[in-house]
Design a protein around this ligand. Structure first.
Ligand SMILES: C[S@@+](CC[C@H](N)C(=O)[O-])C[C@H]1O[C@@H](n2cnc3c(N)ncnc32)[C@H](O)[C@@H]1O
Length: 228
C-alpha cells in the first residue's frame, strides 16, 4: 500500500514518539480474543514447533505473548509476519467490492519494519522474529518448518485463505490456529477466507468469540500431516 501524505505524517510522529507511545504492549485484539490466543499458547506449550502471528501491526500482541511464553518457561520461536505497510491494494479492492468500507483502506499503512523492531526492543521482546512479506506471495519455505500455534490476523479474505493454506501443512499434531475477525457482523471479510479454507479441506467450521478455530488432530502420527 503506497503511503499517503497523512500516513507519512502519522508514521513520522509515531517514529519520533515511539518511546512514549509504546511503553506498554498495545494489542489490537479485543480482550476476549487476546485471552483465547493466550490460552491457545498455554494449551500448546508442549506441542513442538514455532509460534507464528500473521499480521502483527505494531507488535503489541507479539510482545505480550512472547513474554507469556517466557513466563511459563516455554522456549519457542515467536515469528511475526507483516507487510509493515498495511493492506495490499488488490487484496483490499477484492473485499471493498464485497462491502468492506473504503474508510479502513489505510488502517495500518503508517508503520515500518524498523519501527516495529524498535517497539519490540523497548517492550523487552527483542527475540520476536520479524518477517516483512505479503503472506499471499511469501514463499512457504520462509515459514518455520514446524508450527505449534498460529494467529492469523490480516483482516481480508484473500490473505486469510493464503495464510491458512501455507501454515496448515506445517502444523504439528495438537497444534492450533486462530483467525481473527470471523464474526459475521464485522466490516472485514476474514470469515470468507476462513470458510473457503474449511471447505477446501472439509474441515468443520468452529468459532469462539468471533475467531475461527482450527485444531490439528493430536492423535495424528508425526510426519503424516503434510498435505497442501
Ligand atoms: C489487525 S492488524 C494486526 C493486529 C495484531 N495482530 C495485534 O493483535 O496487535 C492487521 C495487520 O495485517 C497486516 N496485513 C494485511 N494484509 C497482509 C498481507 N497480505 N500480508 C501480511 N500482512 C498483512 C497489516 O499490515 C496489519 O498490520
Amino acid at each position: 500500500m503506497a503511503k499517503t501524505t497523512r500516513d507519512r505524517l502519522t508514521y513520522l510522529r509515531r517514529r519520533a514518539l515511539a518511546r512514549w507511545l509504546y511503553r506498554r504492549p498495545l494489542s489490537q485484539l479485543s480482550p476476549e480474543r487476546l485471552y483465547l490466543w493466550s490460552q491457545a499458547l498455554i494449551e500448546t506449550a508442549d506441542v513442538p514447533g514455532a509460534v507464528v502471528e500473521i499480521g502483527c501491526a505494531s507488535g503489541g500482541t507479539s510482545a505480550h505473548c512472547d513474554q507469556l511464553l517466557r513466563n511459563i518457561g516455554v522456549r519457542k520461536r515467536y515469528v511475526a509476519i507483516d507487510t509493515f505497510n498495511g493492506f495490499v491494494p488488490e487484496q483490499f479492492d477484492h473485499d471493498a467490492e464485497r462491502g468492506t468500507p473504503e474508510a479502513v483502506r489505510h488502517g495500518f499503512a503508517a508503520s515500518s519494519h524498523g519501527l516495529v523492531r524498535q517497539i519490540l526492543r523497548q517492550l523487552g521482546a527483542p527475540d520476536v522474529e520479524l518477517i516483512r512479506a505479503d503472506i499471499v506471495t511469501m514463499a512457504p519455505e520462509a515459514l518455520p518448518p514446524e508450527i505449534s500455534a498460529v494467529l492469523v490476523d490480516v483482516d481480508l479474505s484473500q490473505p486469510v485463505h493464503a495464510a491458512l493454506r501455507k501454515v496448515w501443512p506445517l502444523m504439528a499434531p495438537g497444534g492450533m490456529v486462530l483467525v481473527d475477525d470471523c464474526d459475521p457482523h464485522t466490516k472485514f471479510r476474514a470469515r470468507d477466507g476462513f470458510q473457503r479454507f474449511c471447505a477446501d479441506f472439509a474441515l468443520p467450521e468452529e468459532y469462539a468469540y468471533g475467531m475461527g478455530v482450527l485444531r490439528r488432530d493430536p492423535a495424528q502420527v508425526s510426519g503424516t500431516h503434510a498435505f497442501a
